[in-house]
Design a protein around this ligand. Sequence first.
Ligand code: KIV
Ligand code: ZN
Length: 439
Amino acid sequence: YKKYLPFQPIRFPERTWPEKVIDRAPVWCSVDLRDGNQALVTPMNLHQKVVFFKTLVEIGFKEIEVGFPSASETEYETLRYLIDEHLIPDDVTVQVLVQARAHLIEKTFEAIRGAKNVIVHFYNSTSTLQRKVVFDTDMEGVIGIAMDAARLIRQLADKMREEYPEMNLRFEYSPESFSGTEVENAVRICDDVLEALGATPEDKTIINLPNTVELATPNCFADQVEYVATHLKHRDCAILSIHPHNDRGTATAATELGVMAGAERVEGTVFGNGERTGNCDIMNLAMNLYAQGVDPKLDFTNMNHIKRVYEECTHMHVHERHPYAGELVFTAFSGSHQDAIHKGVTYMAKTGAAHWAVPYLPIDPADLGRQYEPIIRINSQSGKGGAAFIMHRHFGYILPKQMHPEFGALIQEVCNREGRELKAEEVFRIFQREYLRVH
Ligand code: KIV
Ligand code: ZN
């Protein structure tokens, strides 16, 4: 990541711009195996969950929500399998989700027995809409549900710590549908829960603010996060987390603004799988940091492998235009882009530039384990620079500048005539035929 310059402010008159940048990675928590899984047409089986879990560990996730063990037998079994087979590394914490309901909380505590590091994540819905339409209760009723759950969790945790003194047990509370909740009420319920759980600055509780349904432009979510960050009475006893969804297609922006507004932790999934339009895409967020010289603390150097595991386990497809991961995102067809990329690559090789300086490519594809080869592909849109680049990179021929227009036109003519893209080998064969008289 050090080969990328930190964000370079463009000159902007009469103000400091940008006012905020993200200069360190938040704590990441993958919810692929829970939020992602619950949104699949065919949820993952035990084997797929274990394979996916191992891949998340390889990527570098230290917190992984593995499921809803009180709600599904597969999720209960998966968690027990991970614990009993010692598949959870000592520096990884597994997180389990549960509704704020007594019998589900009790079953959850049964499921986590003996795990080394666990976060018990409980939630209830707090928005004005859900209070009225779903629960037919007021804010006092909603706070009562959260407090009863918090007290029970504390009691069961005390008991479990006695029985398993080596367990590192932590808590997380989500006011579900936070973004549809009045900010004062959100602060009130979170402070009450922190008190009921006995959170301290040494033993912090995660307060997770979900954008359960993305309802407004990303700055609105960030304003709500900022309000909580600056008004929580027990702020020093909390780790502030966010859990953005993507209903308006702006989860990445909402997450970045949420972090700038004070969130220290982000829950999301690797390619944005999750309920409806998905969760925020942690790979996208991490690579955005990477591309501005910030260590994302996650490793996507083996992108093709990660993509393969994801597609096999979820039966979902990573779109060709998906940032950083899509099949076509390091491909340039148009002539002017090819020419600029060619010049950038040559400039870097010639000058030994310390920082990445290739136009149209925000990062070096090699950093994701991808190849240079597919960057320049030749079709009827390609210009003179593209064909020359192919000859140089693939076949070691440096064509004199004067020759570029003629050779480019020749290649373009074949593409137009045949109505298709040409492979590098075909470009070379045309070169051999026309200039070396090889048939
Ligand atoms: O989106 C959401 O609100 C959730 C909570 C359960 C955290 O997934
Ligand atoms: Zn969610």
